[in-house]
Design a protein around this ligand. Structure first.
Ligand code: BDR
Ligand code: CA
Length: 311
């Protein structure tokens, strides 16, 4: 199986992304989960990551707390989307499994140095603060990363936190700039993809029909998340952003995109965190990312439903 580290700010959609990875041990080996401040502050994301592990009966998984604020900015959170805890919806017990003593950034660096070069994939599902801090502190790890598959950014769909920017990149644009400039192979799931991965009522009924604690929790999370998106966007169901990352590891054929240049806006307040994607290749700037543009949404949901039923 492919070794991965999930860097995350759970978030209901982060939770589903983690569950999908844990449901797929033949293809994916999760070495650890690193929490970062994002949707909610760090103490809650570190808590929520452990709640998800316990839901999946994986109390053996090491969970690390990382950076509690972006590199240069004040933390912006998204309780308006995810609720006060970040994981509102199901009534899940407080975690009892421990949080590791080591800092998430040390775990990232140590793991990438210890494991064979090119064998560890990073899966960031939140602001890129932990990953950028690791890359800055230990530049030798960049060429050792097999791939970074992340959720963030937008091109045709532009912003969900400002008119120009997607939340994860907006929160820590300086970190995103470091990651996009790192030279590590990068695959990006922007809003252009994730806004097609909508949990419609029949899709959520299918999660609920799994009948297990995981299936029911996922349905309740989507119910909560969907309520927000219906009011705000009038869309048919909540976009399941982050699971696109773990689904890509299992079924890359469900996604299409272009290998292009993507730069991050850090200067302007108006367009802070915009992912300037050279989709039409109108510059000579070198390609640094595979920027996805489309998803087979039905294939994605049947994969999710099948895999979550295994937990
Ligand atoms: C991203 O922001 C968070 O609210 C979600 O968990 C996802 O990672 C979508 O913009
Ligand atoms: Ca997230």
């Amino acid at each position: 199986p492919r070794k991965i580290i999930i860097d995350t700010d759970p978030g209901q959609d982060d939770a589903v992304a983690i569950l999908l990875a844990l449901a797929s041990p033949d293809e994916i080996e999760v070495l650890g989960i690193t929490a970062v401040a994002g949707n909610v502050p760090l103490p809650l994301t570190a808590r929520n990551a452990r709640i998800v592990c316990e839901l999946a009966c994986r109390t053996d998984l090491p969970v690390f707390a990382g950076c509690d604020a972006p590199l240069k900015r004040k933390l912006v959170t998204a309780e308006h989307v995810h609720g006060r805890t970040g994981l509102d919806g199901p009534d899940l017990p407080e975690p009892v499994m421990p949080l590791q003593d080591a800092h998430a950034v040390d775990f990232l660096i140590d793991t990438l140095r210890r494991e064979p070069a090119g064998s560890v994939t990073l899966c960031p599902l939140g602001p890129l603060t932990n990953i950028a801090t690791a890359l800055t502190r230990a530049p030798d790890i960049a060429p050792r990363i097999a791939e970074i598959v992340l959720m963030g950014g937008a091109y045709f769909e532009v912003g969900n936190i400002t008119p120009a920017a997607e939340f994860n990149i907006y929160v820590d644009p300086e970190a995103a700039e470091i990651v996009f400039g790192s030279g590590a192979p990068l695959t990006v799931m922007p809003l252009d993809v994730t806004h097609k991965a909508l949990v419609t009522k029949p899709r959520n009924d299918a999660f609920r029909a799994i009948g297990s604690p995981v299936g029911i929790a996922v349905a309740l999370m989507s119910d909560f998340f969907e309520r927000f998106d219906k009011e705000k966007y009038g869309s048919e169901g909540a976009p399941l952003h982050d699971p696109c990352v773990t689904a890509y590891l299992l079924r890359p054929d469900l996604f299409t995109g272009r290998h292009i240049n993507v730069e991050i806006e850090t200067g302007s307040e108006l367009t802070r965190g915009m992912t300037v994607a050279d989709w039409w290749r109108v510059t000579k700037r070198p390609a640094n990312a595979t920027f996805m543009g489309d998803i087979d949404a039905d294939g994605f949901f049947s994969l999710l439903q099948q895999r979550l039923a295994r937990l």
